[in-house]
Design a protein around this ligand. Structure first.
Ligand code: HEM
Length: 431
């Protein structure tokens, strides 16, 4: 399969860099997020597009700490090969001034363009006016781009503001309460979200910190989540990661190269509506706490029955290899994989992109740990909701997990070129 990369992000940030004499250039550019898009954007923006062949995994790019293209028809950070670390932040809007908010989105986009390219924000962390706070906080100086991706999402509550009511997509429904939910309000929902993924945690944290700093007075972080150890793969040729229960996770995920399945299950199509969402997706985020200590005292046989896969190889019950086709009837009726599999859900398929988390202990000597579940889909009503409805009722895993926070976001399409900005199609419409 041939993948297309574009040098636009490099050029955009390179130009800014030349103008400011700021941070060093230290990146190569990868990205196949939007094949046709890059060519289109290149034609429009006059940038050079190049075609790269190869599979979806680019270990050398990861090792080299390369940059992922920021511009494209779809935002990076969804079908992009999953990076090792996450810093996810949900924001509340604090201003009611639409122009001020739009200006912030433009500033965020410019900063995101630079940071994903491996550069400091604005004029950098030093060298500017001694009397002013620097444009960049500085802790990513000297670090590689680390495949940083920044993905923005708009929560249902944003559409209550700025006269956006009519623009709220029908597919952006409030999630229903599922059996077993124990949601913490302060750690749920949000007007906006930014998902920062990178191979270096400091690069991801730097990105969120600087966006929060730029947004000061206009937005405030409502809650955030750090994640380590990806628990899903969009790159089937790479080794499947393991979750904190010790099982391979992401075996049967949508791969980033499966253009047809991405189109069918992940990207919002032209006729799905509203127009401004074409090329976007919907994100469900759930902080799922694991009762690790109970799990660790559970027999191996029971653990394997619960998932319907063996712990070592990750093979489905009765099969030898991880990627062998699961035979669902061989699994226990309440096995997680049997219940979550598309064949048990009218073909429903979601793209999972979650991370493990450990936030210390809970004061009772138990690890505060689990899975920060992130799933992208074309329509939440035909994605997460029906699957979770079924899982929440019968999944054997429920004895060992609890959903403690929840949020849903409309993730707009990608930023096309250097003149485009996050949310332009939505906010350019007359209120
Ligand atoms: C802490 C909670 C969870 C854990 C530890 C977990 C773990 C796993 C594991 C180990 C697999 C098998 C390997 C694979 O194909 O990826 C799997 C599969 C899957 N899980 Fe989960 N999962 C959790 C929550 C969820 C939730 C909330 C959903 C969706 C509502 C979900 C949807 C799926 C799907 C769709 C599959 C693939 C089924 C297939 O096609 O065979 N999981 N999960």
């Amino acid at each position: 399969m041939s993948n297309t990369s574009t040098t636009e992000a490099t050029e955009a940030s390179g130009a800014a860099e030349a103008a400011t004499g700021a941070s060093p250039s230290r990146r190569s550019l990868i990205g196949w997020g939007g094949a046709g898009l890059a060519l289109g954007a290149a034609a429009a923006g006059g940038a050079v597009a190049m075609t790269r062949t190869g599979n979806d995994v680019d270990p050398t790019a990861a090792e080299a700490g390369a940059a992922v293209a920021f511009h494209g028809a779809n935002q990076a950070g969804i079908a992009t090969p999953v990076q090792d670390r996450l810093h996810f932040a949900a924001f509340d809007v604090k201003t009611d001034d639409r122009a001020e908010f739009v200006e912030m989105l433009k500033e965020w986009t410019a900063a995101a363009r630079r940071m994903t390219g491996g550069h400091s924000v604005g004029e950098g962390a030093y060298g500017g006016l001694a009397e002013a706070a620097p444009d960049d906080t500085g802790e990513a100086l000297g670090l590689k781009p680390s495949r940083l991706t920044l993905t923005i999402g708009f929560g249902p509550s944003l559409f209550e503001k700025f006269g956006l009511k009519d623009q709220r997509p029908e597919a952006l429904v409030d999630l229903p309460k599922f059996p077993g939910d124990a949601l913490e309000k302060a750690r749920s929902n949000g007007d906006l979200c930014i998902q920062a993924c990178a191979d270096d945690p400091q690069v991801a944290v730097h990105a969120i910190r600087n966006l929060a700093r730029i947004g000061f007075g206009k937005v405030a972080i409502r809650w955030s989540q750090l994640g380590f150890g990806k628990t899903s793969s969009t790159t089937p040729d790479a080794q499947t990661p393991r979750n904190l229960m010790g099982f391979k996770d992401g075996t049967r995920n949508i791969a980033g190269t499966e253009t047809d399945r991405l189109k069918k299950f992940v990207w919002v199509g032209e006729k799905d509506g509203p127009d401004w969402m074409t090329g976007g997706s919907y994100l469900v985020a759930r902080r799922i706490r694991m009762h690790i200590e109970t799990w660790d005292r559970t027999s191996l046989q029971e653990q394997e029955d619960i998932f319907g896969r063996d712990k070592g190889e990750g093979a489905p019950v009765g099969k030898a290899k991880e990627h062998d086709k699961p035979f669902l009837k061989a699994m226990k009726p309440d096995a997680h994989v049997r219940l979550a599999h598309p064949d048990s859900n009218d073909g429903i398929t979601i793209l999972r992109r979650g991370y493990s988390f450990t936030d210390g202990t809970d004061g009772l000597g138990r690890l505060e740990a689990g899975l920060f579940f992130l799933a992208y889909q074309r329509d939440v009503r035909k994605g997460f909701i029906p699957v979770q409805r079924s899982l929440s009722r019968t999944d054997a895993l429920n004895e060992y997990i609890q959903h403690v926070s929840s949020a849903v976001f409309a993730v707009p399409p990608g930023v096309r070129d250097k003149d485009d900005w996050w949310g332009r199609a939505l906010f350019s419409k007359e209120a």
